[in-house]
Design a protein around this ligand. Structure first.
Ligand SMILES: [Zn+2]
Ligand SMILES: [Zn+2]
Length: 267
C-alpha cells in the first residue's frame, strides 16, 4: 500500500525566505489528504506535482494563520479548474465561520460542493473513512482549540489476498501543541509520527509561553509512544542550526528526521 507524505512547509508563524508555513499532503493509493494549508501551499503543491483535483479531504488543525491562510486561494483554484467532486473539510468549529465569511465575499462554489464537518472531541474520534484509510481526530494542547489527525490504512480483502504479508500503514500529525500525558497513548505505535518542534533545548520557557514543544519534548513523545519514526518541523525562525536540533532529538529517539520543504517521505 502506498502512503507517501510530501512536506509543503516547515516554518512556524510566518513564511520566511526559504520556508513556507505548515502544510502536508498524504497520498494514499493516489488519493490526496491535505493536512493544514498555510500560505503558499498551492504553489508548493504545484512544485511537487500534486493535483488539486485529487484532494479528497482537508484537515485543519487550528485557526492560526500559519495553518490556514493558504486555504482560500486553494479553494478558488479548485473552482477555476472546474472541480466537480465534493471536498471534505474538517477543523475546529471556528473554521465554519471563517469559510462562511470567505463565501460571503467570494460567492458560493459553483462547480463543487464543500462538506465542512466541525471537529469537537476530547479524545480520539473517527471522523473520516474512505476506501483505503480511516482518519481520527484528537485534541492537542495549544493556545486555541487545536486537533491532531491520525491515519490508519485499510487493507481490503482483495489486497490481503494479493499481499498476505502486508500490514496497514499508520501516520499521525501533531501540529502545534505543548506536551501532555495522553498524547503518546493516542499516537501509540504509528509508523511515522510528525510532531512539531518549534523550539530547541533551552527554550522551554518560550515553549510554555506559546503552547509549543521543544525538540526533546517531541522526541520523548515519540519514544513513549513507541512509534516507528519521528518527523519534526514547524521551526521557529530563531533556529538556524538544524544539525544541533536534530541531535537533541536523536539523543532520545534515534530514528528522527528534520523535515524540509518539499521532502517526500515513504511511510
Ligand atoms: Zn503554527
Ligand atoms: Zn498555532
Amino acid at each position: 500500500m502506498n502512503f507517501t507524505l510530501t512536506i509543503m512547509g516547515t516554518a512556524s508563524a510566518m513564511p520566511i525566505s526559504d520556508r513556507n508555513p505548515s502544510g502536508q499532503v498524504l497520498a494514499v493509493q493516489g488519493r490526496l489528504f491535505l493536512l493544514d494549508c498555510g500560505e503558499g501551499t498551492q504553489q508548493q503543491m504545484r512544485r511537487s506535482h500534486l493535483s488539486f483535483l485529487k484532494v479528497e479531504a482537508i484537515f485543519i488543525s487550528h485557526i492560526h494563520g500559519d495553518h490556514v491562510f493558504g486555504l482560500f486561494g486553494l479553494l478558488n483554484t479548485m473552482e477555476m479548474y472546474g472541480r466537480t467532486a465534493p471536498l471534505h473539510i474538517y477543523g475546529p468549529q471556528a473554521l465554519g465561520s471563517v469559510l462562511k465569511f470567505y463565501r460571503s465575499f467570494f460567492g458560493e462554489w459553483n462547480t463543487y460542493e464543500i462538506l465542512f464537518t466541525p471537529v469537537d472531541c476530547k479524545e480520539p474520534q473517527l471522523i473520516h473513512e474512505s476506501k483505503w484509510v480511516r482518519v481520527s481526530a484528537f485534541p492537542l494542547r495549544h493556545k486555541i482549540e487545536c486537533y491532531g489527525y491520525r491515519f490508519d490504512g485499510i487493507l481490503t480483502e482483495r489486497r490481503l489476498r494479493e499481499h498476505p504479508e502486508e500490514r496497514p500503514k499508520t501516520y499521525a500529525y501533531c501540529s502545534d501543541t505543548a506536551p501532555f500525558p495522553e498524547l503518546p497513548g493516542w499516537v501509540r505505535g504509528v509508523d511515522l509520527l510528525y510532531h512539531e518542534t518549534t523550539f530547541s533545548r533551552g527554550m522551554e520557557d518560550k515553549a510554555v509561553k506559546h503552547w509549543h514543544s521543544t525538540s526533546e519534548q517531541a522526541a520523548c513523545c515519540a519514544r513513549d509512544a513507541g512509534v516507528g519514526r519521528l518527523l519534526i518541523g514547524h521551526y521557529s525562525s530563531r533556529i538556524t542550526d538544524f544539525d544541533a536540533l536534530l541531535k537533541e532529538c536523536t539523543d532520545i529517539f534515534p530514528d528522527t528526521r528534520a523535515a524540509q520543504d518539499g521532502d517526500v517521505i515513504e511511510i
